[in-house]
Ligand binder design. Structure first.
Ligand code: NAD
Ligand code: UFG
Length: 329
């Protein structure tokens, strides 16, 4: 039986495709290539270019192939854009989940692993954050992720579709051999933006504020290595295969690093000078986001292996320096 990976041509999805193939899983990818890249999916993997909101396409895929489970990465996921275009986010993210759950019900597919986000928490009341802490999203992107979780919750009760929702914190790095990596044409993430400086694509990185109540005044985040994140998806599927109940898991390393610490780690990893410019705060940035991932560790047996920021950034650097124009499409 195959695993249907929706959004498998994107940054996180493509690393999961590799990880699933390496474990001998049969994989089918569906992606509309809005932000993903055909070249990120290995030759030989069955690939459908299409939209997860297209129910008849999902019916065809599920009718022609024996699909055991769905891993769902498709989303619009830019926080700032979601403030400008909230309806796009509800249409694509919530609408995509609606379409997928309907097709799963029709096709008798009863397991789904879903990409949620730390954005569901909003400004946390305490750190590290636990899964049962209050969710109070501060933007339509986070709201859409929370709605998608709630849809799975109600559908699982009625239709017996079990789910694992993985709330990622800050995902970073690239596949260890540098063959695939992050290539977002509208890049907002800190690590690839820092690396654009040694790549010669920008002359400095702007640090969004140094007046936060943190050790050096810059924001603290919990960075999780992309291959460790992929491993969590394999464990989540195993958990569902073993009969596990629907559950939500935070995925972070549990350690927080400031923006300045990340810049310094990048200077070490690349052995280049990376000039910074101190800017003002970016609207909506919480001062500190750090995960308590005890549940993922104890229930799934997940244990992130690459936790040095220098090593995570070095993996991203291998990808970017070998592919300065990303996938080039
Ligand atoms: P990405 O944009 O690289 O990947 C998303 C993929 O989904 C792309 O290939 C895109 O073309 C595809 N897609 C979007 N809408 C689609 C649709 N309607 N039909 C078919 N395909 C569609 O993003 P990413 O960074 O790989 O993130 C993957 C998931 O993880 C997203 O759901 C995102 O919200 C979530 N997430 C990411 C991070 C992070 O740090 N990158 C953090 C938390 C959560
Ligand atoms: N930052 C800078 N300069 C930049 C880019 C980012 O200083 O040029 C800072 C940000 O202010 C933030 C940190 O670096 O403090 C990380 O920023 P990212 O944009 O890389 O990531 P976010 O923490 O904003 O976003 C992450 C996930 C989102 C999720 C969000 C929840 O990538 O999916 O956490 O708040 F929605």
């Amino acid at each position: 039986m195959a695993v249907l990976i929706c959004g498998g041509a994107g940054y996180i999805g493509s690393h999961n495709v590799k990880a699933f193939l390496a474990r001998g899983e049969e994989v089918i990818v569906l992606d509309n290539l809005w932000t993903g890249h055909r070249a990120a999916v290995p030759e030989g993997v069955k690939f459908f270019e299409g939209d997860v909101r297209d129910g008849s396409l999902l019916d065809r895929i599920m009718g022609e192939h024996s699909i055991e489970a769905v891993i769902h990465f498709c989303a619009c996921s830019l926080v700032g854009e979601s403030m400008e275009k909230p309806l796009l986010y509800f249409n694509n993210n919530v609408g995509g989940m609606q379409s997928l759950l309907e097709a799963m019900q029709r096709g008798g597919v009863d397991k789904i692993v879903f990409s949620s986000s730390a954005a569901v928490y909003g400004e946390p009341k305490r750190v590290p954050i636990l899964e049962d802490d209050e969710t109070n999203p501060t933007n339509p992107y986070g709201e859409s992720k929370r709605m998608m979780e709630r849809m799975m919750h109600w559908v699982s009760r009625k239709h017996g579709i079990r789910y694992v929702s993985l709330r990622y914190f800050n995902v970073a790095g690239a596949f260890r051999d540098g063959s695939i990596g992050e290539d977002h044409r509208c890049e907002t993430h800190l690590v690839p933006l820092i690396l654009q400086v040694p790549l010669g694509k920008r002359d400095h990185v702007t640090v969004y504020g140094n007046d936060y109540p943190t050790k050096d005044g810059t924001c603290i985040r919990d960075y999780v290595y992309i291959e460790d994140l992929a491993e969590a998806h394999l464990l989540a599927l195993k958990y569902l295969r073993d009969g596990g109940e629907s559950q939500i898991f935070n995925l972070g390393s549990g350690d927080g690093y400031s923006v300045m610490e990340m810049v310094n780690a990048a200077r070490e990893a690349t052995e280049r000078d990376i000039p910074i410019e101190m800017g003002t705060r970016r609207a909506g940035d919480p001062a500190r986001l750090v995960a308590d991932s005890t549940r993922a560790r104890t229930v799934l047996g997940w244990s992130p292996k690459v936790t040095s920021m220098k090593d995570i950034i070095a993996s991203a650097w291998r990808w970017h320096s070998a592919h300065p124009n990303g996938y080039g499409d």
